[in-house]
Write a new protein. Structure first.
Length: 717
């Protein structure tokens, strides 16, 4: 039993008042011997036991009256399955109902989804809740924005209408975030009895150890956890796992390669499928082969674009039991040319004597639409910095401080940077201003120039390496690279994932030869060789052509990760100060369950200008997959629009159940009541019982009885 107003229990001290008054009244009489009283002693002695019993009964009744009065004022609460529940008149329990609206809840069986069953279960729970109970309802996708917060259901019709209007998200659940949101609601609960009802399909995705700490504390606070399982038996599912751009730099009128990966989660081999590919609303078909059970296949999809700019791509598979994972979305940035700027630190007067002659030939050969600009280091340091896709510094002695700041800003925003070694490089200047003990642009510390014959390069295997495609080539091609002079590159242990060794020299020490570093949205690649033939014959070998072009293509790829997100991720868009943005708005997509003809509303966004050099906007509600349209107004131009692709979180497509052993692991010391979705299981289990009304009736009864008993005890005898 607990109390809604426990501070009133201090009034129980007044229960001693009748006893004190009784004792004080006994001391008011003075014993006087009087002869006629002797004749009454026999009569008094005969009635003493009866009189004492009447006085003690009256005293006990008055004391009990005070005790019951203050217990009623303290508003005791019990449960209906306890003895106190026998006297229950109305509920006093806080309930938090959580509806799992993750992607897996869209699994369909018997022409109904698990989410539809969850909504029906929530509506049936409303019928079990007393009018004076407090109830909160939240979606798992939005734990910080409850649908109801500590409400009392006097009229269930508006709540039922709200529940019927809920739509399924395409997110993967994070139960730690959900339980944190529930915990905040419980902390503000006005009632001591607390119950959490989780309506879910109990899939294994989204549970982690952080949940355990929360529910262990609930167990110590006697919070009740009920789980209503609305899962439907999985009968197979085809998942479109990903749609990726494989061409690093998509160019206009050039072949661009996409790669789609689909998985068969069924127990039988799936039939060949025909998907629909939409490129800027122009559709075509894509054929997928048969897929064995529990296996994946990858299909290459060639496309081309006849216009420069951002293009929207959507791939959709035929409908099955779980439609949320049957589509993938992508925004592709198509360019007219790839701009490469070569800065020559050692110009020459004759052909192929300059430091960048071989690089210029590599990037200009063939019909590739690359635009190459060549400058000497003196011209580059004096002219205004012109942004390019890739900047190559070949044997440039040092970088001026003012130019270095511009370079850091451009690289962090996505520009690629390649640095080649040479005799003129001032290692001390680079290490002091560009390496900065690992915190600067330079991927590695530049050491001494060493005269040493080396028997080739050894590539480090990595799918993230710009040279990844060269791993399939014959090792003999790299053994032909035989420099007689190399630049030592030092990497300190613990540099982190930002620094990556792409290739090492084939010597006993296996010293780094090519090192890369990710800086913001851009990448920097440092070569331990020169770009000319002063240190080796590598520039005249085919592997140099391939390595140079692959590196430029890889680091020139603009990082448009801000435009390709997953449901539930935050949309964050950075503006440049030059854009002078005055207002911004976001238009989310129309949900798949809504009327396609319905026009989505444009929502204004607040522009964060705390840092004048980095204004940005953010949008948090990305629970639905689709193309989100970001638009803004500026002083220089009319309205600008930009599409952001938010794809479904297919991690939740794994329909593996949360096994009993996993339940014990994640739910810690709390022992939930797990029931299936049926009529018997949804009856209220923890009905609150507040006893103050019953206690007040007892007080009134005691007052009447005490008055009658006091009159009877004080009668004339």
């Amino acid at each position: 039993m607990s109390f809604l107003a426990p501070w009133m229990l201090w009034g129980l001290a007044l229960a001693s008042a009748p006893i004190i008054i009784h004792l004080l009244n006994r001391r008011r009489f003075i014993r006087v011997d009087w002869a006629p009283m002797e004749f009454l002693k026999l009569t008094i002695k005969t009635n003493r036991r009866r009189l004492r019993l009447e006085q003690w009964l009256l005293l006990a009744l008055r004391t009990l009256l005070v005790v019951v009065l203050f217990l009623a004022l303290a508003r005791p609460v019990g449960t209906r399955d306890s003895l106190a529940g026998f006297f229950a008149k109305s509920g006093r329990t806080t309930r938090v109902v959580v509806l799992d609206d993750s992607l897996s809840m869209g699994y369909r069986a018997d022409n109904r989804t698990a989410f539809q069953d969850a909504v029906e279960a929530a509506k049936r729970l409303l019928d079990q809740i007393a009018s004076q109970d407090g109830i909160s309802v939240m979606l798992a996708s939005e734990p910080s924005q409850p649908i109801l917060r500590h409400a009392h259901i006097d009229d269930a019709a508006p709540v039922v209408a709200t529940l019927d209007g809920l739509t399924l998200s395409e997110m993967s659940p994070s139960w730690a975030n959900v339980f944190n949101g529930v915990d905040e609601l419980l902390a503000t609960s006005p009632f001591p009895l607390k119950e959490v009802v989780l309506v879910t399909d109990l899939r294994a995705q989204g549970w982690d150890a952080e949940v355990t700490g929360i529910v262990d504390r609930w167990a110590s606070e006697n919070v009740t956890l009920r789980i209503i399982d609305v899962a439907q038996s999985p009968l197979g599912n085809i998942v479109l796992e990903s749609l990726e751009l494989k061409t690093p730099v998509p160019l206009r009128d050039a072949k661009v390669l996409l790669e789609a990966k689909i998985r068969n989660d069924g127990e039988e081999t799936s039939a060949a499928l025909t998907g629909i590919l939409s490129v800027d609303e122009q559709t075509s078909t894509v054929t997928f082969p048969e897929i064995p059970p529990e296996e994946s296949v990858t299909v290459a999809i060639p496309v081309s674009f006849d216009a420069v700019g951002f293009h929207q791509i959507e791939l959709t598979l035929p409908a099955d039991r779980l439609n949320g994972d049957n589509r993938a979305l992508l925004v592709v940035d198509v360019r007219e040319t790839l701009d490469v700027m070569l800065v020559d630190g050692e110009p020459g007067s004759r052909p192929f004597e300059s430091e960048t002659d071989f690089l210029a030939a590599v990037f200009s050969a063939g019909a590739s639409p690359w635009k190459v600009t060549r400058l000497t280091d003196t011209e580059w340091s004096r002219q205004t910095m012109v942004p390019s896709d890739v900047l190559v510094l070949a044997n440039v002695s040092s970088i001026p401080d003012e130019r270095l700041k511009e370079l850091e800003e451009l690289v962090s925003r996505g520009m690629g940077l390649m640095i080649f070694a040479g005799d003129q490089i001032d290692a001390g200047s680079y290490n002091l201003s560009v390496y900065l003990n690992g915190s600067g642009l330079l991927p590695a510390e530049i050491g001494q120039i060493r005269d040493q014959d080396v028997d080739g390069l050894v590539l480090e295997p990595s799918a993230e390496s710009p040279l990844h495609e060269m791993e399939q080539m014959s090792p003999e091609m790299f053994s032909e690279i035989r420099p007689h002079r190399i630049q030592e590159l030092g990497i300190e242990p613990g540099e982190g994932d930002a620094v990556q060794v792409l290739a090492r020299w084939n010597v006993q020490e296996q010293t780094p030869a090519i090192v890369a570093k990710t800086v913001g949205a851009g990448r920097v690649v440092l070569f331990g060789l020169t770009a000319d033939r002063n240190w080796s014959d590598w520039p005249v070998q085919p592997s140099f052509v391939l390595a140079s072009r692959l590196t430029v293509q890889s680091i020139a790829a603009r990082n448009n990760s801000q435009q390709n997100l997953t449901a539930g991720q935050l949309i964050h868009w950075d503006f440049t100060p030059a854009q002078s943005v005055t207002s911004a708005a976001m238009t989310p997509p129309v949900h798949a369950e809504q009327n396609p003809a319905q026009q989505a509303a444009s929502l204004p966004l607040s522009i964060d200008r705390e840092d004048p050099q980095r204004p940005f906007v953010e949008f948090t509600n990305t629970r639905s997959a689709g193309f989100y349209d970001l638009s803004w107004q500026s002083n220089q131009a009319s309205e600008i629009k930009l599409a952001i692709a938010v794809g479904p979180d297919v991690r939740d497509s794994r329909l593996d159940r949360l096994l009993p052993a996993q339940q014990e692991q994640f739910l810690g010391r709390i022992r939930p009541q797990i029931v299936g979705y049926n009529e018997q299981s949804l009856a209220g289990s923890n009905q609150g019982a507040e006893l103050w009304r019953s206690a007040m009736f007892c007080v009134l009864g005691f007052v009447v009885f005490e008055s009658m008993l006091a009159a009877w005890v004080g009668r004339t005898r």
